[in-house]
Every structure is written in C-alpha cells, then in structure tokens.
Design a protein around this ligand. Structure first.
Ligand code: SF4
Length: 237
C-alpha cells in the first residue's frame, strides 16, 4: 500500500482512478457529491472500465441538486445508488433537537445521521471508494490529503477498504479547465455564486475573493468544517 501510494503521489487523477477501477471494477464506488467532482464520473466513463456510483441524499439538498443528479445520470448512463439516512435515527434526531439544530449545536450530529452513517452502511459492500476531496478545498482540514490510503474512517467488504482521492493535488482551476475542455455538465448553482455545494441550509454563496469553504457551515470555525466523512488533514493532525 505504501509503495503504491508513493508511486501514485504525483500521478494524474485519471491514472489514480484507473488503479481503483482496474483492481475493483464495480466493487469500486465513486462517492459523487453532486458538485464539481462530476469530473471523476467523466474520467471513469472515458476509461471504459466498470465502476459504481454512490450519492448521499441527506434529505436537505437543494432542488437543483436533485435535478443535477438526474442530468448526470442521463448524460453518462450511470446508475446512481442513493444512500438515505435511517428513518428511526433521523426521527430521533429531529424530534429531540428540531430540524435545524446544527445552527445552535454544531453540524456534527446531523451530519452523523444524514451523511456518515448512510455512507458507512453503503461501503460495507465495496472494496474501494473514490472521493473528490482536494487539498485546496480547505487549508484548515484538507491540506495533506493523500491520493490513496487504507481508509481510516470506514470499513468495507474486505479487510482493507481502499480510499482513493484522485483530485487531491488538483486545484479548483484545474478541475474547471477539465470541465470546460470536456464539456462536462455542471451544477446550476455554481453559476449563482455557490462555489462549494452541500446541503441547502448549510451552504451559502461567497463573495469574490472569499475561499469557497467560507460558504459551508459559516457559523463554525474553519477547522470544524468537515462532516465526518473525511478525517481532518492539516499539519499538526
Ligand atoms: Fe445536516 Fe447541514 Fe450536515 Fe446536511 S450539511 S447533514 S443539513 S448539518
């Protein structure tokens, strides 16, 4: 694992993705957030290798996100597996704390039920998964994201669940260049000022010059702005 990670450390995203798809095929799941990580689905389709796609339907997404997920499904002809929160866990959370408890109590409890637990359940059926996280997305939490590792958070179908982050070293500009060059469909809210898109109540537009992550969980400190899907990856952690 360490030698593979070292070999791929400087590789292009498509080559990192190829490793997961060649080794695992449909047992490799691209976790599509419904935003500019769509480039991973575009790359995987061009590789013409089997793969799976997961997405987390938290129940709090923008209406435009549902439309966009359908656009991507049709454009690439991929089956998108939706992962939903457990009904009992969600009822317990909402009935105890209310629908918008995250503004007062912090987002972790809501993300745990709506994001982390559904992905944990889904990944038990896979040997590898792919996320679109990039180091430039958050200096406070993602600046040392590796391109490939044994998953430190989740467990899969095998003793080792491989986590691939093919876009780790890419900048947002590189992602958008790829999108333009390959005519990749984009989320309509990008054009309306949302640089980083998550759940509707926890996402807002950013001003020119502001870091995209400023639009997510803006009421909390930068080092707390992770849902729990990805470990904090910054110097000192
Ligand atoms: Fe809940 Fe906001 Fe997390 Fe979505 S991003 S799961 S609404 S706290």
């Amino acid at each position: 694992m360490a030698s593979l990670a070292a070999r791929l450390a400087e590789a292009e995203p498509v080559e990192i993705l190829r490793v997961g798809l060649e080794r695992y095929g449909e047992r490799c799941a691209i976790a599509f957030s419904g935003a500019e990580d769509v480039v991973l689905i575009d790359m995987a389709t061009r590789l013409d290798l089997p793969f799976s796609v997961l997405t987390l339907d938290t129940g709090r997404l923008h209406g435009d996100t549902y439309e966009y997920l359908d656009t991507v499904r049709r454009r690439y002809g991929v089956a998108i597996q939706f992962c939903f929160p457990d009904g009992d866990e969600l009822a317990q959370l909402v009935n105890a704390r209310g629908l918008n408890s995250f503004y007062k109590d912090g987002h972790r409890a809501c993300c745990a039920v709506r994001k982390v637990a559904p992905l944990r359940r889904a990944l038990t059926g896979f040997g590898a998964w792919v996320s679109g996280v990039r180091r430039d997305q958050s200096p406070a939490t993602r600046s040392t994201v590796p391109v490939l590792e044994a998953d430190p958070v989740f467990r899969g179908a095998d003793p080792l669940l491989l986590r691939l982050n093919p876009l780790a070293a890419w900048t947002g500009e590189q992602v958008w260049s790829y999108i333009r060059e390959h005519d990749v469909p984009t989320h309509p809210l990008h054009a309306r000022g949302l640089a980083s898109i998550g759940c509707e109540p926890c996402t807002r537009p950013v001003e020119p010059g502001q870091h995209p992550r400023e639009g997510r969980w803006w009421w909390e400190p930068p080092e707390a702005r992770e849902s729990g899907l990805h470990p904090v990856r910054a110097p000192g952690h």
